[in-house]
Ligand binder design. Structure first.
Ligand code: CP
Ligand code: NVA
Length: 304
């Protein structure tokens, strides 16, 4: 008998299941999996890549996507997260949500009878990590033993990446400005999945010997009023060609996007020979499809 599986953080998958999802991302679509049905996606925050990729992934699996902005849905204002889960569980085969507070996802999942997928919360962005890891695997043919350096804000993207590295056997090396590092609670959460990230004061030390250098915006959605203070604090954490010089000669550069060009990364890096940001963005489609296939598909009899 199959039980409902949710994907709120990367380690909702085992290491073997993560590999399976990445394999499914590389496989042709199971084009009838969602036939006659579809998925419902809720957005409390803006989105370009995530919305397009989950909608198109649903289409590629034979289903119809329904995306709703929070002005229409009002999670916990017009209707509770739990009641929305009960509603949409009877309509689609999967629910996705992009929210501010992570506990909304947990309450959606607690009441849903179909899989709930985190499309980004203030705490985590695991569906992004799937595309990140697939991009790295395409480049190097493996994930284990690689050094993946994250430079900048220790945010939702960084937390999920660190957990993904643990599941994949990669080492996550992090450098963040004072005041913007992983909290003790973050480190404890990451430690549930494996080793603590290697933390460096100097970004040059974090990227030394790294095969992957990754950054994200200095201010996330909802932090726009902190822009000036953050730009001052993060000025020495910009990824430029000089920083990449100390990394592995085969280094690739990743960014979840959207980029604030000239802030967290220079145009030379974003558009340079090490950059794989567009392959990474396009892999959002393939990994969303792989994840949905895994979550909705019949897993009975398979041991991953
Ligand atoms: N990386 C990412 O999630 O992009 P969007 O915010 O455009 O969906
Ligand atoms: N850390 C960013 C990621 C955007 C995809 C944010 O939360 O806004």
């Amino acid at each position: 008998m199959s039980t409902v599986r949710h994907f709120l953080e990367v380690d909702d998958l085992s290491s073997g299941e993560l590999t399976r999802v990445l394999d499914l991302a590389d496989a042709p679509p199971a084009s009838t999996l969602l036939a006659g049905s579809g998925a419902v996606f809720l957005f409390e925050k803006p989105s370009a890549r995530t919305r397009a990729s989950v909608e198109l992934a649903t289409f590629q699996l034979g289903g119809h996507p329904v995306s709703l902005r929070n002005e229409e849905v009002g999670i916990d204002t017009r209707e509770s997260a739990q009641d929305l889960a009960r509603l949409f569980s009877g309509m689609g085969r999967l629910i996705g949500a992009r929210v501010f507070e992570h506990d909304k996802l947990e309450r959606l999942a607690g009441a849903a009878s179909v899989p709930v997928v985190n499309l980004l919360s203030d705490d985590a962005h695991p569906i992004q990590t799937l595309a990140d890891l697939l991009t790295v695997r395409h480049e190097f043919g493996r994930l284990d033993g690689l050094r993946i350096a994250y430079i900048g804000d220790a945010n939702n993207v960084a937390r999920s990446l660190a957990i993904g590295c643990n599941l994949a056997g990669a080492t996550c090396c992090v450098s963040s400005p004072p005041g913007y590092e992983f909290s003790d609670a973050d480190l404890a959460r990451i430690a549930e999945s494996g080793p603590a990230p290697e933390v460096f004061d100097d970004p040059a030390d974090a990227v030394a010997g790294a095969q992957v250098v990754y950054t994200d915006a200095w201010y996330s959605m909802g932090q726009e009023d902190e822009m000036a203070a953050r730009r001052a604090a993060f000025a020495d954490w910009r990824v430029d060609d000089a920083l990449l010089t100390g990394s592995d000669p085969e280094v690739i550069f990743l960014h979840c996007l959207p980029a604030h060009r000239g802030d967290e990364a220079t145009d030379e890096v974003l558009d340079g020979p090490a950059s794989r940001i567009w392959a990474q963005a396009h892999n959002r489609l393939h990994t969303a499809r792989g994840l949905f296939t895994f979550l909705v598909g019949d897993r009975s009899g398979e041991a991953w």
